[in-house]
Design a protein around this ligand. Structure first.
Ligand SMILES: [Zn+2]
Ligand SMILES: [Zn+2]
Length: 197
């Protein structure tokens, strides 16, 4: 591997990471929401909306990722050279893996950092209030560019959804409320705010 190859691979890696964020938006909005259940990706995503603790099985995700990663490898490799193709494929795969970890962690563990506090707020508002907005989970970049970004200050969580957000239940019951609790209010069936803050 020459130094020129290494530069191509690193540039491909950076491009792959940025490219993933567009794929994240496209898979979620264009393939998950717009087809309204007419394709498997959409049915799987709508099942996640129906039950926010349902995640597409790992084997099915891998089956979907193989053609995407193969297309990146062959497409970028043909256009910009083999090392750029390898770097871009690793970049997309790394971004995809990070997204999967962040998305599941938002639902299962709740906010753990300033970034995941923002991500949890926007993603849960997408679930509970406006599924036509905030499709990016790891970044608002493409929502801002495509006009689907809606800033979220507070998420109104239906009381019935609390059982699917154990971390929020724990935060509400804690004697010392974590700072992220200011981002949430639990709303009862009648529309009244039931819980403090
Ligand atoms: Zn989700
Ligand atoms: Zn969605």
């Amino acid at each position: 591997m020459t130094s020129a190859d290494a530069i191509c691979a690193l540039a491909g890696l950076a491009g792959g990471l940025v490219g993933w964020t567009l794929l994240e938006y496209a898979i979620h909005f264009w393939l998950g929401h717009l087809p309204r259940g007419r394709i498997l990706t959409s049915r799987e995503h709508l099942a996640h909306h129906a039950n926010i603790l349902y995640f597409t099985p790992f084997a099915l995700k891998v089956r979907g990722a193989i053609p995407v990663l193969s297309a990146v490898l062959l497409g970028v490799g043909a256009a910009l050279g083999a090392w750029a193709g390898v770097g871009a494929t690793i970049g997309v795969a790394a971004g995809w893996t990070l997204y999967e970890v962040v998305h599941q962690s938002i639902h299962v563990n709740g906010p753990r950092s300033a970034w995941s506090r923002w991500a949890a707020r926007h993603h849960l508002d997408h679930h509970f209030r406006n599924p036509r907005a905030n499709h990016g989970v790891t970044t608002p970049l493409w929502d801002l560019l495509f006009g689907t970004h809606v800033p979220v200050e507070r998420v109104r969580v239906p009381a019935g959804a609390l059982r699917s957000l154990p971390w929020l239940g724990r935060a509400l019951a804690a004697s010392e409320a974590p700072p992220f609790l200011a981002d949430y209010e639990v709303v009862g069936p009648g529309g009244s705010v039931r819980v403090r803050r």
